[in-house]
Write a protein that binds this ligand. Sequence first.
Ligand SMILES: NC(=O)c1ccc[n+]([C@@H]2O[C@H](COP(=O)([O-])OP(=O)(O)OC[C@H]3O[C@@H](n4cnc5c(N)ncnc54)[C@H](OP(=O)(O)O)[C@@H]3O)[C@@H](O)[C@H]2O)c1
Length: 259
Amino acid sequence: MAYALITGASRGIGKAMAEQLARKGHALLLIARSEDLLKDYANELSLRYKIPVDYFAIDLARPAAAQEIFDWCRSKDIEIDILINNAGYGLNGLLEDYSLEEYLKMMQVNMSSLVSLTYLFLPGLKKMPGAHIGNIASGAAYQAVPGLNVYAATKAFVLSFSRGLSYELKKTSVSVTCICPGATDTNFAARANVTSEKAVQMAKKFNMDPAVVAQISVEGILAGKTEVVPGLVNKLTRFFSHVLPDSLLEKSAAGIYGL
Ligand SMILES: NC(=O)c1ccc[n+]([C@@H]2O[C@H](COP(=O)([O-])OP(=O)(O)OC[C@H]3O[C@@H](n4cnc5c(N)ncnc54)[C@H](OP(=O)(O)O)[C@@H]3O)[C@@H](O)[C@H]2O)c1
């Protein structure tokens, strides 16, 4: 039985996507740093849905992490037919508010680990009769976001990489889906140190439930869609990001993120 590998499956959207796939009877491999959370959740899902669930605790900010995950899967004869690159986080503030090391780690998690896992697992995915890659970007992929700047740039990378790869693989059995969620009620804002009153108020109004985002995301991935934007408000935001002047979009984003 082939497994779905989900990064960032200890909480938030990744955890909810694991449940969606578990419901469908899919075997799971859960990846994140929090070993205790992964262990408890793997036991819970495996008991509740009677499916094999394994986990591997690892820090994706380490450049060797993707290769270690790939080697571990090989050593355990775990084959992957769904790869979901979901782990990611942001850092709210001005460029100089964080150390360079902190930015490079975030870029490693959000971009390099995603490309590395995709690169390493792709030959195996291509051997499957049907296989899927799901990459979680963000609505921030559609425009520059002052105050969340490096994060938004990493997500623009994820969107561009995913769309290009989707085209490259269109004659194969592997689909590539890029998901661009908007504000979702997870640990994201706390981890990113988002504290501005405007962002908090917007979150209260527009935050989506991670279970709903996960359901839409998993459906889109299994249907082989190229790009998925969960929720009407986020679809409208995407539309406006294509028609409004960049300077206006950037001013509005800067206001939300406390600049
Ligand atoms: N929530 C939003 O508003 C929102 C909006 C648009 C896009 N997104 C994107 O959605 C994805 C999921 O985020 P979320 O909202 O579910 O946030 P979350 O609740 O903070 O979950 C993030 C997940 O990523 C894992 N992770 C973070 N750093 C990691 C590292 N160095 N190594 C391994 N795993 C790591 C975390 O696990 P550990 O802490 O256990 O390692 C956790 O499972 C991210 O890519 C995020 O950018 C979120």
